[in-house]
Design a protein around this ligand. Structure first.
Ligand code: UD1
Length: 421
């Protein structure tokens, strides 16, 4: 077991370079199962979710090389195994993309139900609805999902999602790429990593259009060939550093971002009084003086991301006045961190889907526990801003999604270290 020790109170200052997007990487790597030949994937973040996924794919027979930092060459040509290692599958959420990838490639799959961050009930009924619409017979138990071709075989179809789901949109795209006919996904999610996945697949020879809108069309192709692709920068990692700079009253240049993807986050930080400058592929945040209260409601992209809820809550906890934070994607997400923040001096009242956050002058160091990835990131931010020393436990959650967190924060002047218990 390891934990972070953070001596708070230093405004972050300097430059941080954002890594490749976790949520794009965990979709693109399983999607490489569809490709007949080696894919060179660049800007792959070195985080534990990616390492687990690569182990799963390697165990299924993929040839994986890491010729340099953040580059993966993956060749799944020889994969025939349709039963990925259940113990590894259960360690992460996005392993559910193996269902779509195996269905598309082999016509069948036997995949354990995913684990990962369980900050809410996270059903996969929309994924299953999609697979069934594509012609799959689906058997679902408490432990696994088994997919095989139904009586009429697998083919493209029109699917209208009942809920805007990132995971279901991605899984159906992956499953449909090699199927005959056209698949149309209505009410699709529009997150940047969905566009990134479509760009990856199209680079390899797929015909996916409309990604980034609420209607995605996939015209089946016979095969995909290998190629080279670079993953986009991580919107949420960038947002986390922006929030950390805001909470500590810092001045930080955040490099390797797509500023357009950040609008939903930077507009709120600007409302709170931070000064934001946009460059081609970078953002600068200057946060002099106390932040102001604001109102935030999470939404699917291009709304304010639920994955930034906890980090903005820390900023609200330190702002003047009373802020309102409403969660509309995962209602129970507040429970992963609000009581931990309260132990540091925050004043948060949860009223159904809304947290009423009364700002305080300062937070105080405490021993706190991460209960999921973004909650853990928020506790790190709180520790950086707090007076005194904070210990963050359960940091394996944080390490699932933040590459070289300690190195990046230390370079910004933070006093943070990883301590093995
Ligand atoms: C993805 C992200 C996660 C982010 C979330 C919302 C990845 C790997 N993870 O998760 O970081 O927090 O989007 O932006 O990209 N739902 C159903 N049935 C389904 C699928 C979803 O009811 O079959 C509900 C969920 O419970 C949730 C909402 O739909 O309330 C959105 O979930 P979804 O977009 O699917 O999230 P994930 O893909 O799991």
């Amino acid at each position: 077991m390891a934990r972070y020790e953070i001596k708070g109170g230093t405004p972050l200052s300097g430059t941080v370079t954002i890594s490749g997007a976790k949520n794009a990487a965990v979709a693109i790597l399983p999607a490489s199962l569809l490709v007949a030949g080696p894919c060179r994937i660049e800007n792959v973040p070195d985080i534990s979710d990616v390492r687990i996924l690569l182990s799963i794919l390697e165990g299924m027979g993929a040839d994986i090389q890491r010729p340099e930092e953040n580059v993966v060459i993956i060749d799944c040509s020889k994969v025939t195994d349709t039963r990925p290692n259940p113990e590894l599958v259960k360690k992460m959420r996005a392993s559910y993309y193996l269902m779509g990838a195996l269905l598309g490639r082999c016509g069948r799959a036997h995949v354990a139900l995913p684990g990962g961050c369980n900050f809410a009930s996270r059903p996969i009924d929309q994924h299953i609805k999609g697979f069934e619409a594509l012609g799959a017979d689906v058997e679902e138990t408490d432990d696994y999902v088994e997919l095989e071709p139904g009586p009429h075989g697998l083919q493209g179809n029109r699917i209208c999602l009942d809920i805007v789901s990132v995971g279901a949109t991605i899984n159906i795209i992956i499953a449909a790429v090699l199927l005959p006919g056209q698949t149309i996904i209505e009410n699709a999610a529009k997150e940047p990593h969905i566009v990134d996945l479509a760009n990856f697949l199209n680079t390899m020879g797929a015909n996916v259009s409309g990604a980034g809108t609420d209607t995605v069309k996939i015209r089946g192709v016979e095969s995909l060939k290998g190629g080279t692709y670079a993953i986009i920068p991580d919107q949420i990692e960038a947002g986390t550093y922006l929030a950390a700079a805001a909470a500590t009253g810092g001045n930080v240049l955040v490099r390797n971002v797509i500023p357009k993807h950040m609008d939903c986050i930077t507009s709120k930080l600007a409302e709170m009084g931070a000064e934001i400058s946009n460059y081609d592929d970078a953002l600068r945040i200057r946060a002099a003086g106390r932040l102001r209260h604001t109102t935030v409601k999470t939404h699917p992209y291009p709304g304010f991301p639920t994955d930034m809820q906890a980090q903005i809550c820390v900023c609200m906890s330190l702002a003047s006045g009373v802020s309102r934070l409403t969660e509309s994607v995962y209602e129970t997400r507040f429970f992963g961190y609000c009581s931990e923040l309260e132990s540091m001096g925050a004043d948060i009242q949860i009223n159904g889907k809304t947290a009423i956050v009364t700002g305080t002058d300062r937070l105080y160091g405490a021993t706190v526990s991460a209960h999921d990835l973004r909650a853990g990131a928020a506790l790190v931010i709180a520790g950086l801003a707090a007076e005194g020393t904070t210990w963050v436990k359960n940091i394996h959650y944080v390490e699932r999604g933040y590459e070289r967190l300690i190195g990046k924060l230390t370079a910004l002047g933070a006093a943070i270290r990883r301590v093995e218990d």
